[in-house]
Ligand binder design. Structure first.
Ligand code: DHB
Ligand code: FE
Length: 280
């Protein structure tokens, strides 16, 4: 049977992709950020998961404002990426696991989630940057992905509670997949940031640290946060944290915290990393 071997959350800041390509790991500005990924790289190296289910949001590369699905799942053999205007290097296509994708889709629809099914899908910095930071030296990706795109761009966006329930269903789908596969679940985005308007540059470290703590010990309390709560306390793009909750719910009730790191600001964002394993 497939098992969820771990859960990982990370911000997905485009400037990080550029810094990774330029290998700025030891620069004073970047070091406290990149050092936060050293234990994650070591864990991936040790556990060697086969597949990453990556819960992220598309920022306009695959879906634009003319057509935004609330939830979309990739079911492709490979996923291309390209620069969205940030100056990011185009990375090698990311391999998919269409069989696992279809199993998750079947399970979700039975559970009355109705995702868009994407047999072709481009993946943007929301998916690429976190895997690039974990495997900066890879010329081919050592992991397959199942992209799960959540709308955080066009309001109304799904609630934290809805994303938590989605995560539970994704977790159950993996645990009922008959093939032996080690699956890691990623939730990307956040933490607090606002890229637009009068409050551009807004970061709330206290909110972020509290969120990181509750993610581990009391995630259900975070499902009470409304979109307005997120926008007020974490900035308009801080709503990306609903992807963290999707990942957390997939892990099951109890988790062990293996590692976390917080550093702000990086680019315009409060940047957080969390690595979890399932616990009894
Ligand atoms: C930044 C952060 C994001 O999540 C994003 O999608 C784009 C930019 C930033 O910090 O600049
Ligand atoms: Fe983003």
């Amino acid at each position: 049977m497939a098992t969820i071997v771990g859960g990982f959350t990370s911000s997905h800041i485009p400037a990080v992709g550029i810094a990774t390509t330029k290998r700025l790991f030891e620069e004073p500005y970047w070091k406290p950020f990149f050092d936060g990924y050293i234990p994650v790289r070591a864990w991936m190296e040790k556990v060697k998961p086969d597949v990453a289910i990556v819960v992220y949001n598309d920022h306009g590369l695959n879906f634009f404002l003319d057509m935004v699905p609330t939830f979309a799942i990739g079911a492709a053999k490979t996923y291309d990426n390209e620069d969205e205007g940030w100056g990011l290097k185009t990375m090698p296509p990311v391999p998919g696991d269409p069989e696992l994708s279809w199993h998750i889709i079947e399970t979700l629809v039975k559970r009355e989630f109705d995702p868009a099914i994407c047999q072709e899908m481009k993946v943007d910095h929301g998916l690429i940057v976190p895997i690039q930071v974990i495997w900066p030296d890879a010329d081919t990706w050592p992991i397959q992905v199942v992209p799960v795109a959540v709308n955080t761009v066009q309001h109304p966006i799904p609630s934290a509670k809805r994303c938590y329930d989605l995560g539970r269903a994704i977790g159950d789908a993996v645990r009922s997949y008959p093939e032996d596969k080690k699956v890691v679940v990623f939730g990307t985005g956040g933490m607090s940031h606002q890229l637009q308007g009068q409050r551009a540059g807004f970061i709330n470290k206290r909110f972020d640290l509290d969120f990181m703590d509750k993610m581990v010990h009391d995630p259900e309390s975070l499902t009470k946060l409304t979109t307005t709560d997120f926008v007020r306390d974490a900035g308009s793009e801080g709503v990306e944290l609903i992807m963290w909750l999707t990942m957390r719910a997939a892990m099951g009730e109890k988790v062990k915290l293996l590692h976390s790191n917080y550093h702000a600001p990086i680019s315009n964002t409060g940047s957080g990393v969390v690595l979890l394993e399932p616990a009894e």
